[in-house]
Design a protein around this ligand. Structure first.
Ligand SMILES: [Zn+2]
Ligand SMILES: [Zn+2]
Ligand SMILES: [Zn+2]
Length: 443
């Protein structure tokens, strides 16, 4: 910290760090950007990192994982919020008339893989976990009952009553196959909606399109479930209104049917998976219980969470890692072990379970949307970068050229990542983003 403070380049370094917005693990780039006049070949402007502190430019890591970098994850969360919200009320290139399109908020859950400790509430009172009068005893001598009233921070929540009985293989296979199950759900939904209105899917496409935005969320037991916004549009997406016959009630019926009907099979094991019986489908309205704002905030919240909220790791597990030594709870360890064991079977190579063991088998994207739902994360990023560039030009760091007449040549090289401990302290003071807690602790 002292050597950084006394460095003659300190001011420039501090400026770089402020511009990363408090990124905890900035990426170091070495390189240059040159602007040439296309007609004459004359060099108009050159930026090189050789004059920067340590000869590198520090840029944000742009991760979406809050455990790795809270500042960058916050940017991702805010972008996701804007993206989902634009699809509900308009903005960012989506017309405001989209508000009047029928729209549902749907939660698809995973099936049961064995009884787990749960917290249930009724009228503000916590109920016993699994109160059974004549509880069976499992083959391992465990009574299938738990009369505890678990507090919301009880570490046993989501853990099985009997770990020996729990279907760990099923749990990780469901996570692995869930993106395919989702894909089949969207196809079945379109088919059913068309049939309810006496049309073929092809005929429907010239009148109605169905748009989706979804996020995956880990439940405490370590399986993913999906929250989705499902909206009816006209044939050309959000710019066109759906016909009057395309109603939210029909959409809801089609959702119920598709969720119950679809299966996805892990062929080599002959195991088929379907959604759990708990299905939630509700209309999104501008007022009332389920508003556009609530939905957008809810989806954005989950976009930055990953499996670590279940108590697993936020990094890949290496083949030589000692599973017993991993700093995770027993339930997560067994899920990871199931991934490693099944992942080594040649017939299941497609599922890449070893590679995604730290995600408990899930290798899908956390937030996805159909092409015409709203704007894209890329467009939001481009808009922000354009804003930064304008700022650079007005503050004189970059010259203003007419884009068509200038040739830009850039060479960048990755030169490392992160901050030293001393730099972390300075960065926290400069950006107001708190330091990571030392020693980990419960997550
Ligand atoms: Zn970052
Ligand atoms: Zn319990
Ligand atoms: Zn048992």
């Amino acid at each position: 910290m002292i050597s950084r403070l006394h460095d003659p380049d300190y001011d420039r370094w501090a400026c770089q760090i402020k511009r990363t917005g408090g990124c905890r693990q900035p990426i170091h780039l070495r390189g240059k950007v040159e602007h040439y006049d296309q007609a004459t070949g004359r060099l108009l402007h050159r930026y090189s990192t050789t004059t920067e502190p340590n000869g590198v430019l520090r840029v944000p890591c742009k991760t979406r994982r809050v455990t790795r970098c809270p500042a960058c994850a916050e940017v991702y969360r805010a972008d996701t919020y804007q993206l989902v919200r634009a699809g509900l009320v308009g903005g960012k290139g989506v017309p405001e008339t989209v508000k009047s399109h029928p729209c549902l908020f749907v939660t698809l859950t995973a099936p049961s893989f064995g009884a787990v400790h749960t917290r249930r509430e009724k009228n503000g009172k916590t109920l016993p976990c699994h109160a059974r009068r004549n509880a069976e005893t499992c083959p391992h001598g465990q009574a299938m009952s738990c009369t505890d009233r678990h507090s919301s921070d009880d570490p046993r929540l989501g853990e099985p009553l009997c770990a020996e009985c729990y279907d760990y293989d099923g749990s990780v296979l469901f996570n692995a196959i869930s993106p395919e199950l989702w894909r089949r759900f969207t196809l079945a939904l379109r088919r059913r909606f068309a049939r309810l209105n006496g049309l073929t899917v092809k005929a429907m496409r010239s009148q109605v399109s169905i748009a989706f935005a979804k996020v995956a969320e880990y439940q405490r037991r370590g399986v993913v479930h999906f929250h989705a916004v499902i909206r009816l549009d006209g044939p050309d997406g959000p710019d066109t209104p759906p016909p009057a016959w395309a109603t939210a009630d029909d959409l809801d019926q089609a959702v119920q049917h598709a969720a119950a009907a679809v299966t996805a099979e892990v062929k080599p094991l002959g195991r088929a998976f379907r959604w759990g019986t708990q299905l939630d489908s509700r209309r999104i309205t501008l007022e009332g219980d389920l508003t556009d704002q609530a939905v957008a905030a809810y989806i954005a919240k989950y976009a930055t969470k990953a499996a670590e909220c279940v108590g697993t790791l936020d990094r890949r597990i290496q083949p030589l890692d000692d599973l017993n030594a991993l700093p995770v709870r027993e339930h997560a360890r067994r899920l990871i072990a199931a991934c490693m064991r099944l992942g080594s079977r040649s017939g299941l190579a497609d599922l890449r379970l070893t590679h995604w063991a730290h995600m408990l088998g899930f290798r899908g994207h956390f937030s996805t949307k159909s092409r015409r739902y709203s704007t894209t994360l890329g467009a939001l990023r481009a808009a922000r970068e354009e804003h930064m560039r304008t700022e650079e030009i007005t503050t004189g760091r970059l010259p203003l050229f007419d884009e068509d007449t200038v040739l830009v040549v850039a060479h960048w090289q990755y030169a490392g990542q992160g901050l030293s401990l001393g730099e972390q302290l300075l960065a926290a003071a400069l950006t107001g983003v708190p330091l990571p807690s030392v020693g980990g602790g419960p997550r």
